[in-house]
Write a protein that binds this ligand. Sequence first.
Ligand code: 5GP
Ligand code: ZN
Length: 114
Amino acid sequence: MSNDCLFCRIVAGEIPATEVHSTPTTLAFRDINPQAPSHVVVIPRAHHANVGELVAADPGLASEVLAAAAAVAAAEGATDGYRVVFNTGPSAGQTVHHVHAHVLSGRDLTWPPG
Ligand code: 5GP
Ligand code: ZN
């Protein structure tokens, strides 16, 4: 838990979020600035800065984040498809340095992304 980390503070209940899925090790909540009709952020409860650091430190937890992302997509009714994105580092636009998977669905998603 880092007091400086927005997503650690959401895990701690200090900042409200609209939760859609929860496990003992992961949490999923709606993005405050959705980029698709369904835009959910999936995080491990434990703090890791990015996906590379997460998988190096705890590959089992990385797998649990992916399983939660798939469960969220199913619960959101993403039968036509969905996208899971880990923005990593400044050139990818990562703004919150607590690893998170964006799970996007509900519209046609172009490829490659901008
Ligand atoms: P990044 O840009 O790091 O890949 O994604 C961070 C995401 O967190 C952004 O999509 C942003 O909209 C979302 N976000 C930032 N602050 C909050 C917040 O306080 N609550 C929620 N639910 N999402 C947030
Ligand atoms: Zn954190």
